[in-house]
Design a protein around this ligand. Structure first.
Ligand SMILES: [Zn+2]
Length: 495
């Protein structure tokens, strides 16, 4: 497409651009004729870092803009460096296993980018330009370029989450829109990419001043009332509000003036942060790292796969059922796993990725098994972040299993109290119509006997046994064997 033709179809599509390097830009997709006279180049997708299947990962795609075929080696080197830098940046380093990073090479006829203000145009595939919204370092695409980006991504990697155009131009710049971002391939360009991902992925606001209009966000506020600060839970009661930007408060969460494009009247959580200092060694502040972790769990489930693969399981009595979860693990800590049967925690399974449950020990015809996975890292917030998988188990031959419904019809009574507190004592009653050899035992859900309460010959009549529940809290089954009669009931040991 010639420069002239492009200008004809370049509408002004920026409304209220907020900043030089990013922030949310409202893009009006004006309906313009999409005359795509440029032959579709053959894009080349390469995996820079792959931790798992694209369906359950955050897929970052670094897309070439303004790279000619002879610049392919430069593109490869540029994106390899950027991928390494992203994965070294906290909290990406901690959650590397939740990401895939790809390079997508698309050839442009000319190198560089447009500077309409200076009358400089380059014939590039996605029609990037500097100076959008009147901001010199803000790089955006034309509507046609935006459409082409969508088309290329849909055909090459439809599972894309975060597309970043890497613009082959030696002037620092970038920007973040609603669904994609731009960054210049300058030295230090990886810091711009990471900053723009802060907008695009974690929905963070710029923390630097600049004289534009501020706005409320996860990491910016205009309030100076301690109880109303979005990140108040991180501010020590003795830290003054607003907080002076002095060395004493260099690594402290407080309320520092200068944020959200405004030098005055707007505040940020820490003195230094990648949302304020795009280049250089500043990492994300605590509040911004937390926002990234929340964004990771909005996209990726820590449960990568589970068995049985069907969540409705039919089983026969005496079958052992194996349940397991495959987890996406952070690099710095281990996720907690807890297993539940009918909302009661199974004893001794915390932290294990698999359990075996013996259907014979259950009284109900149908029950539910749940694996709850929790990230309790401080960056996951005070309550942690949890996800779960739930199976419904139905016993196909339930009618054949003897069941104790009440003491009236059954020789075995319900224990009392039930639930019983761990280490407290509970009582079990049972009746015998004739003298019998009797066994009364308590089992955990894996079918292991944890206590034998009776194993002797007993006479006819009512009997009562007490049991000190010195076992881990959880669901148990007690079983009475008397002659040919077997009866079972559930018992809960509470925390
Ligand atoms: Zn921040």
């Amino acid at each position: 497409m010639t420069t002239q033709a492009r200008n004809r179809f370049t509408p002004r599509w920026f409304v209220g651009a907020e900043c030089v390097f990013g922030a949310l830009v409202v893009v009006l997709h004006l309906l313009v004729p999409a005359f795509d006279v440029v032959a579709q180049p053959s894009p080349q997708l390469s995996a820079l870092y792959e931790s798992g299947a694209r369906g359950n990962r955050v897929n970052i795609v670094l897309v070439a803009e303004g790279y000619r075929q002879e610049d392919k080696a430069k593109f490869d080197a540029d994106v390899a460096l950027i991928a390494r830098e992203i994965l070294a940046e906290p909290p990406y380093d901690e959650y590397a296993g939740f990401f895939n990073i790809y390079g997508l090479f698309v050839e442009s006829a000319e190198a560089g980018s447009d500077f309409p203000k200076w009358g400089q145009y380059r014939d590039t595939y996605f029609e990037s330009q500097y100076g959008c919204g009147g901001l010199g370092q803000f790089i955006c695409l034309t509507v046609e370029g935006d459409l082409r980006l969508r088309r290329v991504l849909e055909s090459e990697i439809p599972q894309y989450d975060l597309p970043v155009m890497l613009v082959n131009q030696d002037n620092p710049g970038g920007g973040a829109g609603v669904w994609s971002a731009t960054a210049s391939a300058t030295s230090g360009g990886h810091d711009i990419v990471i900053h723009e991902l802060g907008h695009l992925f974690a929905r963070l606001v710029d923390e630097y001043g600049g004289g534009y209009q501020g706005r409320e966000g996860t990491n910016t506020t205009s309030t100076t009332i301690r109880e109303q600060i979005p990140w108040r839970q991180h501010i020590h009661p003795e830290t003054p509000i607003p907080t002076p930007a002095t060395p004493e408060y260099a690594n402290v969460v407080g309320l520092f003036e200068g944020a959200a494009q405004s030098s005055l009247g707007w505040y940020r959580p820490e003195q230094f942060c990648k949302m304020r200092n795009q280049t250089g060694r500043a990492g994300f502040c605590l509040v911004c790292r937390e926002a990234h972790v929340a964004a990771i769990y909005r996209t990726v489930s820590p449960i990568d796969a589970f068995l049985p693969a069907e969540t409705r399981v039919t089983t026969a009595t005496n079958d052992s059922i194996h349940f397991s979860v495959d987890l996406v693990q952070p690099t710095t800590h281990i996720l907690d796993v807890e297993w539940f049967v009918d909302d009661v925690r199974i004893s001794g399974t915390s932290g294990t990725n698999a359990v075996t449950i013996d259907a014979d020990r259950f009284l109900p015809e149908q029950f539910e098994v749940r694996a709850v996975v929790r990230d309790s890292d401080p960056l996951a917030g005070a309550n942690g972040i949890q996800r779960e998988v739930k199976w419904t188990v139905v016993r196909s031959d339930f009618a054949m299993v003897p069941r104790g419904s009440s003491f009236d019809k059954s020789p075995l009574g319900q224990n009392y109290p039930n639930p019983v507190a761990a280490d407290a004592t509970t009582t079990i009653d049972f009746k015998l119509t004739t003298p019998r050899r009797v066994q009364l035992r308590v089992f955990d859900l894996a079918g292991r006997a944890v206590a034998t309460l009776v194993d002797s010959d007993l006479g006819e009549g009512a009997h009562s046994v007490t049991w000190p529940a010195t076992v881990a809290p959880g669901l148990y089954v007690y079983e009475l064997h008397a002659g040919r009669v077997t009866e079972r009931r559930k018992l809960v040991v509470a925390r």
